[in-house]
Design a protein. Structure first.
Length: 157
């Protein structure tokens, strides 16, 4: 038997897919999910079960977090450039601007993430959502949000 390492998210997924009293181990869950059975000669070389069609298992791939320093390297933004906070409707919020400083934003002499700062500022303006999606809230002077620039960066890499 081989040992593999899986991250906590994969393990939690396996736990959510396990059937109590049927799947005794994570290995049992994987065999069931992939429709695998032992070969007829009893060997441990598994093959898809013939009586059941193969099911597709979709694993959601999380998109990498927006990295301002990579956008700087790609020439999509500049270190020291000012960004402007917009609300959920896309309206610019006066008085909320920050400067790009490497991976973070500089605001009131403090380095903070886009999401953290957006959440803090939007809360101050009366918005209460914890789902801020910071890169969607910060815009350049050209009116382009950082999320759009990040998508352009990912499409080009």
């Amino acid at each position: 038997m081989k040992t593999i390492e899986i991250d906590d998210g994969v393990y939690k997924f396996l736990q959510s897919q396990a059937i109590p009293f049927v799947d005794k181990t994570p290995n049992d869950t994987l065999k069931r999910l992939f429709n695998l059975e032992k070969k007829s000669d009893g060997s441990d070389n598994f093959s898809p079960k013939k009586d059941q069609p193969n099911r597709k298992i979709r694993f959601r791939k999380k998109q990498p977090k927006t990295d301002l320093s990579k956008l700087i390297q790609a020439g999509l933004v500049q270190d020291g450039q000012t960004l402007y906070l917009h609300d959920y409707r896309g309206n610019k919020l006066p008085g909320y601007e920050a400067t790009i400083s490497g991976k973070h934003l500089l605001w009131n002499d403090e380095l903070v993430s886009m999401s953290e700062l957006a959440k803090k500022c939007l809360k101050k303006e009366g918005y209460s959502s914890d789902s801020v999606q910071g890169p969607k809230r910060w815009y350049t002077t050209d009116g382009i949000d950082i999320k759009t620039l990040w998508d352009q960066y990912l499409a080009g890499t």
